[in-house]
Design a protein around this ligand. Structure first.
Ligand code: ZN
Length: 345
């Protein structure tokens, strides 16, 4: 089979590899569409060690495809079925000797075939509805990341939600919030190109470069009084899909009483947390990592809604043979949001 291989910084190639052999409990999926994730771009630009993508290996974890081979003991999955997977549960930690990050990030979405060990429907393999095209269903994985965060935030209809970051996860958060009935959404970023997609999805974009986000949020949604007589902004939920150290402090300084902050971005630098404001405002701060099968099912359903606009974020589609070019384009934040790889069958 043709396989997209990671060779190190700025080095990806399409090479010939053996098609994986499957056991009686496994499924082999022929990939139709794959998405390049921010994780893949990070490995391409800065190295893959931190995200479990090592030189010489297949990689890519956002994809959909067709069941090409189904083990005799697999239940509920038949050859030809259109599927996506939970890449973190693609193989077992015990038999693979890898952790869940490595299992997911070296799934091989840029290869013609991906093998799923111990395939179980609605656990690690998910059937796609006939009404949902592959090029949209390909967004299930990034949307699941955001759906998990939105579910943890408990955002609901009538809430006002501030999203930091207009990358694929921030934009997917907009779609996840809309699926939950939330209509008042501000997306903050410093990149006008990415913010234009927040606008297309129906959120209010704000470029915070040299401008005050708290002032904008207060102007847009009004101010409230906090327990220490301070003025707070009127956001019920704040999702950090950007990952800059000052974000937590900006939230604590302006937070509405009883509001919720969810961290979705990977931010290795420490942030300062005011325990006084935590007490005075009784805020909830949560971390969101990965997703559950229920988040994945909700994401497939969200993408299948006629009014879901998330497909707008796919800015480019390249054939597998042009994988190096796809990574070059995908690395430019002023040109690309989500880059798709179309496999030929
Ligand atoms: Zn991803």
């Amino acid at each position: 089979m043709k396989a997209g291989i990671y060779h190190g910084i700025k080095q990806v190639a399409v090479e010939q590899r053996d098609k994986p052999a499957i056991g009686p409990k496994d499924v082999l999926i022929q990939v139709t569409y794959a998405g390049i994730c921010g994780t893949d771009i990070g490995a391409y630009l800065h190295g893959g060690d931190a995200v479990g993508i090592y030189p010489g290996n297949e990689f890519g974890h956002e994809f959909v495809g067709i069941a090409a081979e189904v083990g005799a003991e697999v239940q509920g999955i038949t050859k030809g079925m259109r599927l996506t997977i939970n890449p973190t549960d693609r193989r077992s930690v015990e038999t693979s000797g890898m952790n869940t990050t490595e299992i997911a990030d070296m799934s091989g979405a840029f290869s013609q075939y991906v093998y799923v060990e111990n395939a179980r429907l609605n656990k690690n393999v998910f059937r796609l509805p006939d009404t949902l095209p592959d090029e949209i269903a390909m967004l299930t994985e990034p949307l699941s990341v955001s759906m998990h965060a939105v579910n943890l935030s408990q955002a609901t209809k009538g809430d006002k939600v501030l999203v930091y970051g207009a990358g694929a996860i921030g934009l997917s958060a907009v779609a996840a919030l809309q699926y939950k009935g939330v209509t008042d959404i501000i997306v903050s970023d410093i990149n006008d190109f990415k913010l234009s997609f927040a606008k297309k999805l129906g959120a209010i974009p704000f470029n915070s470069n040299g401008k005050s986000l708290p002032e904008f949020v207060k102007q847009t949604w009004g101010t409230l009084k906090g327990n220490a007589s301070e003025d707070t902004w009127n956001a019920d939920v704040v999702l950090d899909c950007a990952g800059a150290p000052p974000i937590l402090q900006e939230y604590m300084d302006n937070a509405k009483i009883n509001s919720t902050f969810v961290e979705v971005a990977i931010n290795m630098r420490p942030s300062e947390l005011s325990l006084f404001w935590l007490l005075a405002k009784e805020t909830v701060i949560k971390g969101s990592r990965g997703y559950t099968p229920e988040d994945i099912l909700q994401s497939i359903d969200a993408l299948n809604q006629p009014d879901c606009k998330l497909k707008e974020i796919v800015t480019h589609t390249f054939p597998l043979e042009e994988l190096p070019k796809a990574f070059e384009v995908g690395s430019n934040p002023n040109e690309a949001v989500k880059v798709a790889i179309k496999h030929s069958l």
